[in-house]
Ligand binder design. Structure first.
Ligand code: FES
Length: 130
C-alpha cells in the first residue's frame, strides 16, 4: 500500500533576493528564491515580485517591459497587472503568480511557500525519481 504524498507547506517565508539598488525604477530583473524563478520589478517606487513565466507560452517576463500598471511579455505582448497578476491585455488569459515583497534596510525580500516553489514554473521544476 502506498503512503499518501505529503503536501507542500503553504507557510510563507521571506527570502532576501537583492539589494534595493539592483531593482531600479521601471526595470524588471530575474532572481531566484531557491528553485523558484521570479521577475522582480519596481514601479512608482514600489517593488513587485511575480512568477517569471508568462502564462501564454512560458516566455520569461524578466525579458519584458514595464508599461502602465503592468509587466508586458516580450514574446506576444500579453500584459499582467503587477499587483494582482491578472492578465490585462491578451493573448494570455490566465493570471501569473504574485508574491509578497518587503523592502527593508536597502534589501529586497520575497515571500514564498513550499507550495509556490513546487508550482513555480515548468523550466525549473524538477522531477523526483526517488
Ligand atoms: S509567451 Fe508571453 S505573450 Fe506569448
Amino acid at each position: 500500500m502506498s503512503q499518501p504524498e505529503e503536501q507542500p507547506s503553504e507557510e510563507v517565508v521571506f527570502h532576501r533576493v537583492a539589494r534595493a539598488g539592483q531593482v531600479p525604477e521601471g526595470y524588471i530583473r530575474r532572481f531566484y528564491v531557491g528553485d523558484l524563478e521570479c521577475a522582480v520589478a519596481r514601479l512608482r517606487g514600489q517593488v513587485f515580485a511575480t512568477s517569471n513565466y508568462c502564462t501564454h507560452l512560458d516566455c520569461l517576463l524578466s525579458s519584458g517591459k514595464i508599461i502602465d500598471d503592468g509587466i508586458r511579455c516580450s514574446c506576444h505582448g500579453s500584459v499582467f497587472d503587477l499587483e494582482t497578476g491578472d492578465p490585462i491585455y491578451p493573448p494570455a488569459t490566465e493570471p501569473i503568480a504574485v508574491y509578497p515583497v518587503r523592502e527593508e534596510d536597502g534589501e529586497v525580500y520575497v515571500g514564498v511557500s513550499e507550495a509556490d516553489v513546487v508550482s513555480g514554473g515548468p523550466r525549473r521544476r524538477r522531477l523526483r525519481r526517488d
